[in-house]
Design a protein around this ligand. Sequence first.
Ligand SMILES: Cc1cc2nc3c(=O)[nH]c(=O)nc-3n(C[C@H](O)[C@H](O)[C@H](O)COP(=O)(O)O)c2cc1C
Length: 227
Amino acid sequence: MNKAVVYCSQTGFTEKYATWLAEDLGCRAVAYAGRSSVDVEALDVLVFCSWFHAATIKGATWVKQVMARHPAMHVIVLATGATPPPASGWSSEGEIEQAFRRTFPKAEYPNLPHFYCHGGFDLDRLGVADRVAMRLFFRMLGKSAQGDQKAGEMLDIMRKGFDGTSREYLRPVLEHIADLESAEGAAGEPGAESAASAVSEPGAAGRARGSCEPGRAGKASEVRKTC
Ligand SMILES: Cc1cc2nc3c(=O)[nH]c(=O)nc-3n(C[C@H](O)[C@H](O)[C@H](O)COP(=O)(O)O)c2cc1C
């Protein structure tokens, strides 16, 4: 299957996931600014990676257009955020799902595969507008923190900055893609390889098949200018 990863990233955490994924899938990770270089017509699988910005997912308009134009393509959305994932006990599956559904309402995208991966936070790498917005948010959080221990802890973590990324979070995404490949293989393509197996062997899957566009990670300079 022909695959590509397109990502939006301002401070680099989503880019990290996109790069890992592309390595594991043996395909390109293309920054949003370079999305026109992707031959969308030729894709079977598109993984769109982006980040939560005030509870909506950046750059979603483009991927919605792609889905509308290519209804048969397998589109997968991976979103990162500063919110610790449900497994940590900080958030619930319901909260993450609710946030996802603000951008991709269930009524319109009932079968869109989507995954949440813990991102990070780095105030110094934000653009000016977002840095101002976050300072205001910190002030609000500071007020809530007086009666809310969780808000206080969150504020401390975000002020210091953190990197919550882990390659392990990609396992369900890779398993999902492996399932797609197995289904495709069963439908007539011999030798479908498990992408999930590549979690422990980065870069192994996909390349041998030669069906992916060659690996080329987007440049960080491109990233800063975009979503
Ligand atoms: C203005 C702003 C709003 C944000 N809103 C959310 C949010 O609603 N939920 C969340 O979990 N994280 C939120 N974040 C945190 C980012 O999603 C997180 O830092 C993400 O990993 C950044 O990805 P990037 O490094 O690829 O740009 C926000 C960050 C900024 C700067």
